[in-house]
Design a protein around this ligand. Structure first.
Ligand code: 5GP
Length: 112
């Protein structure tokens, strides 16, 4: 399996501005933000790795829910009232990094 930039962020081999972390999930600032608050949520555990929504199986079907719940919890903790959650699914959906991730975008700028 090819190791992506997000594998290296999980392993702390390359730096990222981490804003939220649990044993299962990591969230960090997107390097090229498309909104005042633009974060990326990923699953940390090897067993939860899946390259894309287009590759989901029964074994990994829980992963999108894990990421959405983490994003919702994060937003509540930070007092962010409104946000957009998106998955880019495959090349035609604009996906560039082959490590399933949830984009969290908000017009609310918060100190992170
Ligand atoms: P995709 O289009 O695959 O859904 O989104 C990948 C996202 O990852 C893009 O928004 C891009 O800006 C972000 N990204 C790519 N490389 C890095 C990196 O090295 N660090 C961080 N923080 N974000 C990255």
């Amino acid at each position: 399996m090819e190791r992506t930039i997000f594998h290296k962020i999980v392993d702390r081999q390359i730096p990222a501005s981490v804003v939220y972390e649990t044993p299962d999930v990591l969230a960090f600032k997107d390097i090229n933000p498309k909104a005042p608050t633009h974060l990326v949520f990923i699953a940390k555990k090897e067993k939860d790795f899946v390259a894309s929504i287009t590759d989901l199986t029964e074994d990994t079907a829980h992963v999108p829910g894990l990421l959405i719940c983490a994003a919702q919890k994060f937003a509540k903790e930070k007092g962010i009232g409104g946000y957009k959650l998106t998955f880019h699914c495959g090349k035609g959906g604009g996906q560039e990094v082959w490590y399933l991730h949830l984009h969290f975008l908000s017009q609310e700028a918060v100190q992170l």
